[in-house]
Design a protein around this ligand. Sequence first.
Ligand code: COA
Length: 165
Amino acid sequence: MKTVQLDKNKHDRHRFDCGIDALNNYLKIMASQQAKKDNTRTFVLEDTNCAEHVVGYYTLTMTPIDLTLLPLKLLKKHQNASSGGLIARLAVDQRYKGNGYGEWLLIDALKKLLMASETVAFPLVIVDAKDGAEYFYEKYGFTAFQDTENKLFITISDVRASISD
Ligand SMILES: CC(C)(COP(=O)(O)OP(=O)(O)OC[C@H]1O[C@@H](n2cnc3c(N)ncnc32)[C@H](O)[C@@H]1OP(=O)(O)O)[C@@H](O)C(=O)NCCC(=O)NCCS
């Protein structure tokens, strides 16, 4: 399996339905425009039987880090850092859910961010978890920021360690 960049001329964005309108609409309306403007990158996993059908997608960009929301030890270590990699969106079409694609997409996104961080260093990966999906991310080692409900992080050093395992 491998992800490719969203191609609005190839991928059927209107068919995609993860059950959350905001995430469906992002893929339909925004993702391609935002990539064209170099604001975000969206990667899709194609159905092996029909490449036009999108199994799932994720969107990557950068985001400022609010250091004050980090545990003291990490705050001290990263006090000179300003940005983190952001998994801005991640979703699997309802027709494909429960088959490990969400996990696979998350690991693929983390691998891409790890690779990017080897060139333009940043210490954290941050996710915006929608609709109770915090538990999905916690399962893979993400920690909630203090005093926030749906923003979580993992350090790049933990990503590096778990991916090289
Ligand atoms: C969350 C989502 C990406 C998971 O995709 P999926 O392909 O069904 O997930 P997987 O089959 O890879 O499941 C991996 C593990 O996560 C768990 N999991 C799946 N969805 C979960 C959720 N919403 N909350 C907590 N855990 C979840 C699964 O039970 C599985 O655990 P197990 O291996 O112990 O059984 C998918 O349900 C989705 O697109 N939801 C709507 C959008 C969303 O919430 N996106 C995430 C935040 S923006």
